[in-house]
Design a binder for this molecule. Structure first.
Ligand SMILES: Cc1cc2nc3c(=O)[nH]c(=O)nc-3n(C[C@H](O)[C@H](O)[C@H](O)COP(=O)(O)OP(=O)(O)OC[C@H]3O[C@@H](n4cnc5c(N)ncnc54)[C@H](O)[C@@H]3O)c2cc1C
Length: 383
């Protein structure tokens, strides 16, 4: 039996552990630096059909219907006049048991965690050293524990320590000049929105998205992405983003961008800087990167979690079938999605009136153009 060590119990690490669970040729152990799994209670996640199809393989379709939503459309609005520009029918890519889904992130993570034996996840194991000896990999953790494995899967997120160790600090994420603002909003505070759809507001240097996550409480997820310069000192002071003064400063910048009824009723607001990847690290055989550790996208295509799941599935297939194309096929897929994410962000944040004019016309036409959508979205959602 081959031993697999997984660094990080996020969506990608938990999902790949679930896939290996059914294969008795492998034994997986996940090492997580925190003392429990971070559930980020209350916040939402969007999952497109490419990842739902893979999640269904491990029983996601058996989750209770009340735990998930299947929005039919993305409604596009212009921030400046709050008018609807167009809508896009995302249910076009759905099939009977595989639908575009929005839900609480915590429900997805609980689902992935609950399917694993408790002993699989070792908490308070922060990776400190990775050493390759012949075909085996020695892992050393901050708590002085060690582990020897045949395969190492690094899935410890955007600020991957595992990647820093194997790349000798050569590959670091960069600040995307944007702050993400997360919060929750109750259905009662939304005016003129179809709360069963995804509402996407676009405007100068800012876009925000509201989508349903909780059928019982009627809560929706709010996620905004605001262009915002930060100094090196500010970026290094992570506590800054939790400070009341900082959050109030961001809120005051949003006053003329979000309607009063939404801004004044946003709950559990959290701000954090958005970091993205700029390049790839090609690891040596039997050490692999997956999820945000492999590559983190700008959040304007909502593909981060879906790609973590897709990448994990590709890696699983690659390991069990002793294939060698995981890195090259992932890189080409990631490049395609990253280009679309950057293009989306550019279009969503346009401020030049001429660009805005053409963006709006483009949105009206392209959201109804089957050929374009098949290429732009279909290639991603139907993989
Ligand atoms: C603003 C924003 C909104 C987003 N919205 C969406 C969305 O709607 N849909 C979507 O698909 N994606 C979205 N994403 C992206 C998505 O959340 C991520 O891509 C995804 O969670 C990455 O999963 P992961 O498992 O690779 O990493 P993570 O979820 O970051 O998990 C990494 C794990 O590794 C652990 N770890 C870290 N360091 C160590 C260490 N040294 N030793 C051991 N363990 C360690 C961490 O504690 C954590 O548990 C969004 C991202 C942002 C920034």
């Amino acid at each position: 039996m081959k031993k697999i060590g997984i660094i990080g119990a996020g969506i990608s690490g938990l999902f790949i552990a679930n896939l290996f669970k059914e294969n008795h040729n492998y034994q997986v152990t996940i090492f997580e630096k925190k003392h429990s799994i971070e559930l980020d209670e209350g916040y939402g996640i969007q999952l497109s059909t490419n990842s739902i199809k893979l999640l269904n393989k491990i029983g996601f379709n058996e989750l209770e219907k009340k735990e998930k939503f299947n929005p039919e459309k993305i409604d596009f609005y212009e921030i400046e006049n709050q008018k609807k520009i167009s809508d896009l029918n995302i249910s076009e890519y759905n099939s009977e048991d595989c639908k575009y889904t929005t839900m609480k992130r915590s429900i997805l993570v609980q689902f992935l965690k609950n399917r694993l034996d408790e002993v699989v996840i070792k908490y308070e194991h922060s990776i400190e050293k990775i050493e390759k000896k012949n075909n085996q990999i020695n892992l050393a953790f901050k708590n002085n524990q060690n582990f020897i494995c045949d395969y190492l899967i690094i899935s410890d997120g955007i600020f991957s320590k595992g990647k820093s160790l194997i790349s000798k600090n050569k590959i670091q994420p960069t600040y995307n000049n944007c702050i993400a603002i997360r919060g929750k909003i109750s259905r009662a505070n939304l005016i003129n929105l179809n709360e069963m759809n995804i509402s996407l507001f676009v405007g100068p240097d800012f876009h925000y998205v509201i989508y349903p996550i909780d059928i019982i409480s009627g809560e929706l997820n709010f996620i905004g992405v605001l262009k915002h310069q930060l100094t090196t000192n500010e970026l290094q002071n992570y506590r800054l983003f939790e400070e009341k003064a900082f959050i109030e400063g961001i809120k005051s910048r949003l006053q003329n961008k979000i309607s009063f009824s939404i801004l004044s009723n946003l709950n559990n607001i959290k701000c954090f800087p958005v970091f993205v990847s700029k390049n790839f690290h090609k690891s040596v055989e039997n050490i692999y990167l997956v999820g945000d550790a492999f590559f983190a996208f700008p959040p304007s295509f909502a593909q981060g979690a879906s790609q973590s799941i897709e990448g994990a599935s590709e890696l699983f297939e690659s390991i069990i079938h002793s294939k060698t194309d995981y890195y090259s096929s992932r890189v080409s897929r990631v490049k395609m999605i990253n280009n679309r994410s950057k293009l989306n962000q550019f279009a969503f944040h346009a401020s030049n009136p001429i660009v805005v004019f053409f963006r709006n016309i483009g949105l009206k036409i392209l959201t109804k153009n089957k050929k374009f959508l098949e290429n732009y979205l279909g290639k991603i959602y139907k993989s």
